[in-house]
Design a protein around this ligand. Structure first.
Ligand code: SF4
Ligand code: SF4
Length: 261
């Protein structure tokens, strides 16, 4: 690694929210900027997308032909590649198109769909190139991102978080919204990393950090049915932000009785 590691932040199909999580580091970002050279981060002003770097952070899914080509160049120019956020790690909300006829949707939404260059699917970065580390969340947490950067700068592999959000509720003595209020919380199948942000504010988790290690969505689906949700509503919960993740996609199908594995 160079004396001053070079860092890039690349955007693919996304809303920019994870880049904002980077900017929201505030003073920590200024401190970081003294230890690294930020060579490409359009949202922060630096633009040199083809520069070779030590660490490339990638936000967004691969949803267009141009992005298919560009991600190969990013990979070739980067010693390490870290995905940031739901879109980059699993396809995100855009991957909902994978369950539909995208041409039909475009024709319904746009007056002149012929001007739009897009793929019929939205897919995770790891479906296209090797990824060294994934940061989940919609958006990622600034603290998690800083911890990952620190680890990588010290030459240490960051520790992936695989525990469920419920564990953080217990650690923080947060009242369970599923048990106490009958909310359709996805915390029992969702990886933590946010510190149980939503339950701490009295609302249900909607699964933005993706599936945890060893999730049991069928059991949670049965519990949600017990709360009065129709099978379609259970499937919709599982197909929200991480619909491309097999653990949740398969559970959604089973909830609808489309798969009897
Ligand atoms: S509120 Fe949700 S995440 Fe927290 S313990 Fe209950 S089910 Fe789990
Ligand atoms: S509690 Fe769930 S929905 Fe809320 S930020 Fe955490 S993972 Fe995302």
């Amino acid at each position: 690694m160079n004396a001053k590691p070079r860092i890039a932040v690349h955007k693919f199909s996304s809303c920019d929210g994870c880049q904002l999580a980077f900017l929201n580091l505030g003073e920590d970002l200024l401190a970081l900027a003294q230890r690294v050279e930020i060579v490409h981060f359009a949202e922060a002003g630096a633009v040199d997308p083809e520069a070779p770097v030590d660490i490339a952070f990638v936000e967004g899914s691969i949803s267009t032909p141009d992005e298919q080509t560009r991600i190969q160049a990013v990979r070739a120019n980067s010693r390490m590649l870290v995905t940031i956020g739901a879109c980059a790690t699993s396809g995100g909300l855009q991957a909902l198109r994978n369950h539909a006829d995208s041409a039909e949707w475009m024709a319904r939404v746009y007056a002149h769909a012929e001007y739009i260059e897009t793929l019929s699917t939205a897919t995770a970065i790891a479906d296209h190139v090797r990824v060294d580390f994934e940061l989940w969340g919609c958006p990622v947490s600034s603290a998690q991102m800083l911890a990952a950067v620190r680890a990588l700068l010290f030459g240490v592999t960051p520790v992936p978080e695989g525990d469920k959000v419920c564990l953080d509720c217990k650690r923080q003595h947060t009242v369970c919204v599923l048990v106490a209020r009958g909310e359709a919380c996805l915390g029992p199948v969702t990886r933590t990393g946010c510190g149980a942000l939503c339950p701490r504010f009295g609302r249900d988790c909607y699964g933005c950090y993706g599936p945890s290690d060893n999730p049991n969505p069928d059991a949670l689906g049965a519990r949600l049915r017990g709360l009065g949700l129709l099978p379609q509503a259970v499937a919709r919960r599982f197909r929200f932000i991480h619909s491309a993740q097999p653990a949740l996609a398969d559970a959604a199908r089973r909830a609808l009785g489309e798969d009897h594995d």
